[in-house]
Design a protein around this ligand. Structure first.
Ligand SMILES: *[C@@H]1O[C@H](CO)[C@@H](O)[C@H](O)[C@H]1NC(C)=O
Ligand SMILES: *[C@@H]1O[C@H](CO)[C@@H](O)[C@H](O)[C@H]1NC(C)=O
Length: 234
């Protein structure tokens, strides 16, 4: 899908309509609906009580982004990755009949601990060093390496955090973590990578087989990739 969008934007790139200013203002307004202060107070991982406070604004924000996508199609198609402050996720998490919400709330204390312990940062640093070793082992100076870097690093980071969630909170918590991440803006890159045959092949036949990592970590990286691949068959 992303490829189609990129091509579409290349084709329509020149003729931006006079609605452009209206659309830019709208996008700016949508971004400003994010409840910064209470989300920060919630450590960016709101529990049930905190959701009561932030959900009205988050849902308004998500609806605003949905309107933007609809009303400003031409501009939207040129934006990749489209950053909607995880509106898609919060629309789901704020819906009291959502199954994902109830699974998320079951494990929210675990996610708060993980977030607070800066696991993401540790995993990010680990991903950088694993990727650098991988590049060195290939002994090539591929000019495209910088562009493919996120395709290898980002699944690693998420798999690494999921492995930590699994180790301290169990399988269900880890599975739900991945389902939640899937709805975040940050995974658009991985979805894009999995849609590109060349990058996808490199992840599966080159990068993953050549890195030396614990079995649980490998399992979680594969789960991340499996879940994000599901999205693409639409
Ligand atoms: C909430 O989720 C239910 C079931 O998934 C869905 O039918 C309903 O449309 C959702 N409500 C909103 C406001 O998104
Ligand atoms: C977060 O971690 C700090 C220490 O690193 C600790 O003092 C604080 O209580 C923790 N907060 C939560 C919500 O766990």
């Amino acid at each position: 899908m992303w490829i189609t969008l990129l091509i579409a934007s290349a084709l329509t790139g020149g003729k931006v309509e006079s609605t452009s200013q209206v659309c830019d203002t709208k996008l700016y307004d949508c971004h400003n609906m994010y409840p910064e202060a209470p989300m920060k107070a919630a450590g960016e991982v709101p529990d049930e009580e905190e959701l009561e406070t932030v959900c009205p604004d988050l849902v308004k924000m998500a609806d605003c982004f949905a309107e933007y996508r609809e009303e400003c199609k031409e501009l939207f198609e040129g934006l990749f990755p489209f950053y909607d402050r995880d509106g898609t996720l919060y629309k789901e998490i704020c819906n009291k009949t959502s199954v994902l919400r109830s699974k998320y709330l079951t494990n929210v204390d675990c996610y708060k601990r993980i977030e607070n312990a800066s696991i993401y940062m540790l995993c990010y640093n680990e991903a950088i060093s694993v990727y650098e070793q991988y590049v060195l082992s290939k002994e090539t100076s591929d000019p495209e390496v910088m562009f493919r870097r996120p395709c290898m690093q980002m699944p690693y980071v998420l798999g690494c955090v999921a492995a930590e969630v699994q180790a301290s909170c169990g399988d269900e918590a880890a599975e739900t973590f991945i389902q939640v991440e899937k709805l975040k803006d940050s995974t658009d890159w991985i979805k894009y990578c999995l849609h590109n045959l060349e990058y996808k092949n490199e992840i599966y036949t080159d990068f993953l087989p050549s890195i030396q990592i614990a079995e649980n970590l490998r399992r979680q990286i594969n789960k991340v990739l499996d879940v994000l691949k599901e999205e693409i068959t639409e």
